[in-house]
Design a protein around this ligand. Structure first.
Ligand code: 13P
Length: 258
Protein backbone atom coordinates (compact mmCIF):
# COMPACT_ATOMS: atom_id res chain seq x y z
CA UNK A 1 0.00 0.00 0.00
CA UNK A 2 0.99 3.63 -0.48
CA UNK A 3 2.32 5.51 2.48
CA UNK A 4 0.69 8.86 3.27
CA UNK A 5 1.90 12.43 2.85
CA UNK A 6 1.30 15.09 5.50
CA UNK A 7 2.25 18.63 4.45
CA UNK A 8 2.08 21.70 6.68
CA UNK A 9 1.29 25.02 5.01
CA UNK A 10 2.26 27.72 7.46
CA UNK A 11 0.83 30.46 5.23
CA UNK A 12 1.88 33.98 6.39
CA UNK A 13 2.46 33.12 10.04
CA UNK A 14 5.32 33.21 12.58
CA UNK A 15 8.19 35.58 13.18
CA UNK A 16 11.77 34.39 12.69
CA UNK A 17 12.21 33.21 16.28
CA UNK A 18 8.75 31.65 16.43
CA UNK A 19 9.50 29.78 13.20
CA UNK A 20 12.79 28.56 14.69
CA UNK A 21 10.96 27.27 17.79
CA UNK A 22 8.28 25.54 15.73
CA UNK A 23 10.74 23.85 13.39
CA UNK A 24 12.76 22.68 16.37
CA UNK A 25 9.68 21.29 18.13
CA UNK A 26 8.46 19.50 14.99
CA UNK A 27 11.93 18.07 14.32
CA UNK A 28 12.13 16.76 17.89
CA UNK A 29 8.71 15.17 17.59
CA UNK A 30 9.46 13.54 14.25
CA UNK A 31 12.84 12.28 15.36
CA UNK A 32 11.11 10.15 17.99
CA UNK A 33 9.07 8.38 15.32
CA UNK A 34 9.84 5.53 12.91
CA UNK A 35 8.20 7.28 10.01
CA UNK A 36 6.59 5.78 6.93
CA UNK A 37 4.70 8.98 6.21
CA UNK A 38 6.36 11.64 4.04
CA UNK A 39 6.27 14.84 6.04
CA UNK A 40 6.61 18.20 4.29
CA UNK A 41 6.88 21.63 5.91
CA UNK A 42 6.12 24.73 3.85
CA UNK A 43 7.20 27.84 5.78
CA UNK A 44 7.25 31.38 4.36
CA UNK A 45 10.16 32.15 1.99
CA UNK A 46 12.43 33.87 4.58
CA UNK A 47 12.50 30.72 6.72
CA UNK A 48 13.26 28.21 3.96
CA UNK A 49 16.96 28.01 4.73
CA UNK A 50 16.30 27.56 8.43
CA UNK A 51 13.94 24.72 7.52
CA UNK A 52 16.25 23.00 5.04
CA UNK A 53 19.07 23.16 7.62
CA UNK A 54 16.82 21.53 10.21
CA UNK A 55 15.61 18.97 7.67
CA UNK A 56 19.15 17.67 7.29
CA UNK A 57 18.96 16.42 10.88
CA UNK A 58 15.36 15.25 10.74
CA UNK A 59 12.94 13.30 8.58
CA UNK A 60 10.91 15.92 6.75
CA UNK A 61 11.31 17.75 3.48
CA UNK A 62 10.83 21.42 2.83
CA UNK A 63 8.41 23.06 0.44
CA UNK A 64 7.71 26.65 -0.60
CA UNK A 65 4.24 28.18 -0.76
CA UNK A 66 4.50 29.91 -4.11
CA UNK A 67 6.75 30.45 -7.14
CA UNK A 68 6.94 32.85 -10.04
CA UNK A 69 5.51 31.88 -13.42
CA UNK A 70 8.55 33.56 -15.01
CA UNK A 71 11.98 32.01 -15.36
CA UNK A 72 14.06 35.01 -14.21
CA UNK A 73 14.65 38.72 -14.69
CA UNK A 74 12.87 41.98 -13.89
CA UNK A 75 10.01 40.69 -11.73
CA UNK A 76 10.48 42.62 -8.48
CA UNK A 77 9.40 40.67 -5.43
CA UNK A 78 9.12 37.35 -7.22
CA UNK A 79 11.02 34.13 -6.47
CA UNK A 80 11.89 31.73 -9.27
CA UNK A 81 11.82 27.95 -9.32
CA UNK A 82 15.57 27.89 -9.99
CA UNK A 83 16.15 29.98 -6.84
CA UNK A 84 14.08 27.54 -4.79
CA UNK A 85 15.96 24.58 -6.21
CA UNK A 86 19.28 26.24 -5.43
CA UNK A 87 18.14 26.39 -1.78
CA UNK A 88 17.37 22.64 -1.70
CA UNK A 89 13.63 23.18 -1.88
CA UNK A 90 12.13 20.20 -3.69
CA UNK A 91 8.40 20.86 -3.31
CA UNK A 92 6.15 23.88 -3.83
CA UNK A 93 2.45 24.62 -3.33
CA UNK A 94 0.78 26.08 -6.43
CA UNK A 95 -2.72 27.38 -6.98
CA UNK A 96 -3.79 27.66 -3.37
CA UNK A 97 -7.27 29.15 -3.23
CA UNK A 98 -5.94 32.14 -1.26
CA UNK A 99 -3.59 32.97 -4.13
CA UNK A 100 -6.35 32.44 -6.66
CA UNK A 101 -8.71 34.71 -4.69
CA UNK A 102 -6.46 37.49 -3.33
CA UNK A 103 -3.78 37.60 -6.03
CA UNK A 104 -6.05 36.76 -8.94
CA UNK A 105 -3.94 33.87 -10.15
CA UNK A 106 -5.51 32.28 -13.20
CA UNK A 107 -5.46 28.69 -14.41
CA UNK A 108 -3.19 29.75 -17.30
CA UNK A 109 -0.69 31.41 -14.98
CA UNK A 110 -0.75 28.36 -12.73
CA UNK A 111 0.00 26.09 -15.69
CA UNK A 112 3.15 28.17 -16.26
CA UNK A 113 4.11 27.88 -12.58
CA UNK A 114 3.72 24.11 -12.75
CA UNK A 115 5.96 24.06 -15.84
CA UNK A 116 8.61 26.18 -14.11
CA UNK A 117 8.64 23.85 -11.11
CA UNK A 118 8.83 20.66 -13.14
CA UNK A 119 11.60 22.11 -15.31
CA UNK A 120 13.58 22.61 -12.09
CA UNK A 121 12.80 19.19 -10.60
CA UNK A 122 10.49 20.58 -7.95
CA UNK A 123 7.29 18.70 -7.12
CA UNK A 124 4.21 20.94 -7.34
CA UNK A 125 1.44 20.46 -4.79
CA UNK A 126 -1.33 21.66 -7.05
CA UNK A 127 -4.47 22.83 -5.21
CA UNK A 128 -8.00 22.59 -6.52
CA UNK A 129 -11.33 23.25 -4.83
CA UNK A 130 -14.70 24.90 -5.02
CA UNK A 131 -16.39 27.73 -3.14
CA UNK A 132 -19.48 27.15 -1.02
CA UNK A 133 -21.64 28.74 -3.69
CA UNK A 134 -20.24 26.39 -6.33
CA UNK A 135 -20.84 23.37 -4.13
CA UNK A 136 -24.38 24.39 -3.29
CA UNK A 137 -25.25 24.88 -6.95
CA UNK A 138 -23.61 21.59 -7.96
CA UNK A 139 -20.98 23.43 -10.02
CA UNK A 140 -18.08 21.89 -8.08
CA UNK A 141 -17.47 19.01 -10.50
CA UNK A 142 -17.02 21.36 -13.45
CA UNK A 143 -14.93 23.73 -11.36
CA UNK A 144 -12.50 21.07 -10.17
CA UNK A 145 -12.44 19.31 -13.53
CA UNK A 146 -11.66 22.63 -15.23
CA UNK A 147 -8.86 23.47 -12.79
CA UNK A 148 -7.21 20.12 -13.55
CA UNK A 149 -7.69 20.39 -17.31
CA UNK A 150 -6.54 24.00 -17.60
CA UNK A 151 -3.43 23.84 -15.44
CA UNK A 152 -2.27 20.22 -15.50
CA UNK A 153 -3.57 18.33 -18.51
CA UNK A 154 -1.04 19.81 -20.92
CA UNK A 155 1.56 17.72 -19.06
CA UNK A 156 2.91 14.46 -20.40
CA UNK A 157 2.40 11.26 -18.45
CA UNK A 158 5.91 11.24 -17.00
CA UNK A 159 5.46 14.87 -15.92
CA UNK A 160 2.12 14.55 -14.14
CA UNK A 161 3.61 11.57 -12.28
CA UNK A 162 5.67 14.19 -10.39
CA UNK A 163 2.70 16.27 -9.29
CA UNK A 164 0.83 16.01 -5.99
CA UNK A 165 -2.78 17.21 -6.06
CA UNK A 166 -4.52 18.74 -3.06
CA UNK A 167 -8.30 18.99 -2.83
CA UNK A 168 -9.07 21.99 -0.65
CA UNK A 169 -12.72 23.02 -0.59
CA UNK A 170 -12.61 26.81 -0.07
CA UNK A 171 -15.51 26.63 2.38
CA UNK A 172 -13.48 24.33 4.63
CA UNK A 173 -10.27 26.37 4.76
CA UNK A 174 -9.69 28.05 8.10
CA UNK A 175 -13.41 27.83 8.90
CA UNK A 176 -13.44 24.83 11.21
CA UNK A 177 -15.94 23.30 8.77
CA UNK A 178 -14.33 20.11 7.49
CA UNK A 179 -15.59 18.17 4.49
CA UNK A 180 -17.12 14.93 5.71
CA UNK A 181 -15.06 11.84 4.87
CA UNK A 182 -17.79 10.98 2.31
CA UNK A 183 -17.54 14.42 0.66
CA UNK A 184 -13.75 14.20 0.55
CA UNK A 185 -13.74 10.63 -0.79
CA UNK A 186 -16.27 11.49 -3.50
CA UNK A 187 -14.18 14.37 -4.84
CA UNK A 188 -10.88 12.51 -4.52
CA UNK A 189 -12.36 9.58 -6.49
CA UNK A 190 -13.56 12.06 -9.13
CA UNK A 191 -10.07 13.58 -9.41
CA UNK A 192 -8.48 10.14 -9.70
CA UNK A 193 -10.99 9.17 -12.39
CA UNK A 194 -10.15 12.31 -14.38
CA UNK A 195 -6.46 11.42 -14.17
CA UNK A 196 -7.24 7.85 -15.20
CA UNK A 197 -9.22 8.95 -18.25
CA UNK A 198 -6.39 11.17 -19.39
CA UNK A 199 -3.28 9.25 -18.29
CA UNK A 200 -4.33 5.67 -17.53
CA UNK A 201 -4.86 3.51 -14.47
CA UNK A 202 -1.30 3.22 -13.23
CA UNK A 203 -0.69 6.98 -13.21
CA UNK A 204 -4.05 7.52 -11.52
CA UNK A 205 -3.31 4.95 -8.84
CA UNK A 206 0.15 6.30 -8.11
CA UNK A 207 -0.67 10.01 -7.97
CA UNK A 208 -1.05 11.49 -4.50
CA UNK A 209 -4.27 13.35 -3.72
CA UNK A 210 -4.21 15.18 -0.37
CA UNK A 211 -7.15 16.66 1.50
CA UNK A 212 -6.93 20.15 2.99
CA UNK A 213 -9.44 22.23 4.95
CA UNK A 214 -9.75 22.32 8.75
CA UNK A 215 -7.94 19.01 9.09
CA UNK A 216 -7.00 18.50 12.74
CA UNK A 217 -5.93 15.77 15.18
CA UNK A 218 -9.59 14.94 15.80
CA UNK A 219 -10.63 14.26 12.21
CA UNK A 220 -7.38 13.30 10.43
CA UNK A 221 -7.66 9.55 10.99
CA UNK A 222 -11.17 9.36 9.57
CA UNK A 223 -10.28 11.51 6.56
CA UNK A 224 -7.01 9.71 5.82
CA UNK A 225 -8.78 6.34 6.06
CA UNK A 226 -10.81 7.13 2.93
CA UNK A 227 -9.67 5.03 0.01
CA UNK A 228 -8.65 7.92 -2.24
CA UNK A 229 -7.29 10.28 0.42
CA UNK A 230 -3.50 9.94 0.39
CA UNK A 231 -2.84 12.36 3.22
CA UNK A 232 -3.38 16.00 4.10
CA UNK A 233 -2.37 19.59 3.46
CA UNK A 234 -2.64 21.18 6.87
CA UNK A 235 -2.99 24.90 7.59
CA UNK A 236 -3.85 26.06 11.12
CA UNK A 237 -3.02 22.77 12.82
CA UNK A 238 0.48 22.79 11.30
CA UNK A 239 1.34 25.84 13.42
CA UNK A 240 1.32 23.84 16.64
CA UNK A 241 3.94 21.10 16.82
CA UNK A 242 1.77 18.89 19.02
CA UNK A 243 -1.20 19.02 16.64
CA UNK A 244 0.93 18.55 13.55
CA UNK A 245 2.68 15.52 15.05
CA UNK A 246 -0.70 14.08 16.07
CA UNK A 247 -1.84 14.39 12.44
CA UNK A 248 1.35 12.67 11.26
CA UNK A 249 0.55 9.93 13.78
CA UNK A 250 -2.92 9.55 12.28
CA UNK A 251 -1.32 9.06 8.86
CA UNK A 252 1.04 6.44 10.33
CA UNK A 253 -1.90 4.60 11.88
CA UNK A 254 -3.70 4.51 8.52
CA UNK A 255 -0.67 3.09 6.74
CA UNK A 256 -0.19 0.44 9.43
CA UNK A 257 -3.89 -0.52 9.34
CA UNK A 258 -3.84 -1.05 5.57
P1 13P B 1 -6.71 25.06 7.42
O1 13P B 1 -6.17 23.70 7.81
O2 13P B 1 -6.29 26.14 8.34
O3 13P B 1 -8.18 25.01 7.16
O4 13P B 1 -6.02 25.41 6.01
C1 13P B 1 -5.99 24.48 5.02
C2 13P B 1 -5.13 24.98 3.93
O5 13P B 1 -5.46 25.95 3.27
C3 13P B 1 -3.84 24.30 3.70
O6 13P B 1 -3.24 24.74 2.52
Amino acid sequence: MKNKIVAGNWKMNKTFSEADDLIYAISEGLNDMELETDVIICPPYPYLEMATDAAEESNFTVGAQNVSYAEKGAYTGEVSAAMLKSMDVDICIVGHSERRAYFKETDEELAKKVDQLLANDIVPIFCVGETLEERESGAHWDKIGGQLENSLFHLKKDEIANVIIAYEPVWAIGTGKTATPQQAQEVHAFIRKKIEEKYGTETAYNIYILYGGSCNPGNALELFSCQDVDGGLIGGASLKAEDFIAIVNAAETCTKND
